[in-house]
Design a protein around this ligand. Structure first.
Ligand code: NDP
Ligand SMILES: CCCCCCCCC/C=C/C=O
Length: 353
């Protein structure tokens, strides 16, 4: 596994560390969406704010973020679900530093969904515990990646949407990223041939290292159509689409009859101010009798434990390899987010506080 930058968590101020009876104010840092993104996000769209946290009430916990996730969905979600001035949406692995809730012990690590902030207060209801059999030696940051939401996206997208079967050929784009790298490895475990596309030669080398049968750099091939055809002359049974746009328009023509397309993401369109125009999907859909289904991973929230246990087992057994792109420092959240959108990450992009 390629891990970088692990170390101890950083405290800003720890309440309860002074003499009994003396309470220190905890000040959280938070990144705010100052201005809605127009095109590609800019540094000036974000603002770092300080938030004073109140004393804990009975039943509450104080948590400090240890790792925070930067994900593509934040770009389209911000426009749809956030207003200017809101804390940036997001998920973190956090450690409980103070507890007035007997169900949660100080020192426990959990996954929270409270956005880009260093500290927060919770009543525990919105927190997800890491699987109880999480090995001590396994980085907890993986709960944001391979053994977290992106891994679950790969797992349910392949099993339930692509309905992959042994012997089939699976195509995945953004293949060296958080979701794509798991898609390819799960498809191999499932007995498929796997073709992956990524945006640099280093990423292509990584895909081959982790077992992809064919991989190419979509930025440097002369013709995407020819490269797809060369990688699988008989076409594709399953297409796990993370990218959308022009890539998907070309790939759809290489599907086999009755092929299945899982529309997972459309990152090539997230920063468009003006929507892209066709080619349109209807003609290949009709003549190849394709199934094309969009999905959001939360559809399978009731099977989260099943997915996490399967992913955790494969990771522990070494059957699924993980790589993380770790950016150091909470102050670098916007940079890490923008870098991920530009393709600077290999594997899951996370920030270590
Ligand atoms: N439906 C769902 O429930 C979920 C959907 N998703 C979606 O899955 C996709 C992958 O997410 P995730 O694995 O977290 O992110 P990644 O770790 O794959 O990071 C994003 C990658 O996208 C690629 N990329 C960026 N811009 C473009 C572009 N214009 N054309 C082609 N590729 C581009 C870059 O890789 P490269 O260098 O190869 O270009 C970049 O590294 C996203 O579309 C995301 O929105 C993610 C989670 C859940
Ligand atoms: C506050 C964090 C909510 C996490 C939601 C994750 C859902 C991701 C769905 C992704 C869609 C497209 O990228």
């Amino acid at each position: 596994m390629g891990f970088r930058g692990f170390g101890s968590a950083c405290f800003q101020l720890q309440r309860g560390s002074l003499s009994p009876g003396i309470q220190m104010m905890v000040v959280a840092s938070a990144w705010i969406l100052k201005k809605h993104f127009d095109g590609f996000p800019k540094t000036s769209d974000f603002e770092l704010k300080k938030i004073e946290l109140p004393d804990l009430k009975d039943g509450e916990l104080l948590l400090e973020s240890v790792f925070l996730s930067v994900d593509p969905y934040m770009r389209p979600y911000s426009r749809r679900y956030m207003k200017e001035g809101d804390i940036m949406i997001g998920t973190q692995v956090a450690r409980i530093v103070e507890s007035k809730n007997p169900a949660f012990a100080v020192g426990t690590f959990v996954v929270g969904h409270t956005g880009w902030r260093t500290h927060f207060i919770s009543d525990g209801k919105d927190l997800q515990l890491l699987p109880s059999n999480w090995p001590e030696s396994l980085p907890k940051s993986l709960a944001l990646g391979t053994v977290g939401m992106p891994g679950l996206t790969a797992y349910f997208g392949l099993l339930e949407v692509c309905k992959m079967k042994p012997g089939e050929t699976v195509l995945v784009n953004a293949a060296a990223g958080a979701v794509g790298s798991v898609v390819g490895q799960l498809a191999k475990i499932g007995g498929c041939k796997v073709v992956g596309c990524a945006g640099s030669d280093d990423k292509v080398a990584y895909l081959k290292k982790i077992g992809f049968d064919e991989a190419f750099n979509y930025r440097t091939v002369k013709s995407l159509d020819e490269a797809l055809s060369k990688a699988s002359p008989d076409g594709y049974d399953c297409f796990f689409d993370n990218v959308g746009g022009e890539f998907a328009s070309v790939a759809i023509n290489q599907m086999k009859k009755y092929g299945r397309i899982a529309v997972c993401g459309a990152i090539s369109q997230y920063n468009d101010s003006v929507p892209q125009k066709g080619p349109y999907v209807q003609i290949p859909m009709i003549f190849k009798e394709l199934q094309m289904e969009g999905f959001i991973v939360s559809r399978w929230s009731n099977r989260r434990e099943e997915g996490l246990q399967a992913l955790l087992k494969w990771v522990v057994e070494g059957k699924v390899k993980c790589h993380e792109q770790v950016t150091e420092g909470f102050e670098n959240m916007p940079m890490a987010f923008m870098g991920m959108l530009k393709g600077e990450n290999l594997g899951k992009a996370v920030v270590k506080v």
